[in-house]
Write a protein that binds this ligand. Structure first.
Ligand SMILES: C[S@@+](CC[C@H](N)C(=O)[O-])C[C@H]1O[C@@H](n2cnc3c(N)ncnc32)[C@H](O)[C@@H]1O
Length: 78
């Protein structure tokens, strides 16, 4: 199986860019009233799972997150 190349953010972005984006989504989702153990469908997850990770943390081990995106592999084309 071919492995995906390591993700590198755009050179103008700081190295911790992805980390801050995930923290931002996590902060917003804390106000969304997500229930532990819920099943979630995330439409438009993007290629970096920025919201998928905090969603998965919100629903916990008994919950489920199915994440889909129209352009899932677009960032890996180069
Ligand atoms: C701005 S990105 C958001 C990524 C991520 N949810 C986040 O929190 O950063 C929007 C994503 O929605 C996807 N998208 C747009 N229209 C869609 C559709 N009809 N079905 C599935 N994904 C779609 C795009 O490919 C893109 O990756």
């Amino acid at each position: 199986m071919k492995h995906l190349p390591k993700y590198h953010p755009h050179p103008r972005l700081p190295p911790e860019w992805l980390h801050w984006q995930i923290i931002e989504r996590d902060t917003v989702l804390k106000h969304a009233g997500l229930v532990h153990g819920a099943d979630m469908l995330e439409v438009g997850c993007g290629p970096q799972a920025i919201s998928t990770i905090p969603l998965a943390l919100s629903v916990g081990e008994r919950g489920k997150v199915v994440a889909l995106d129209l352009g899932r592999w677009a960032v890996f084309e180069n």
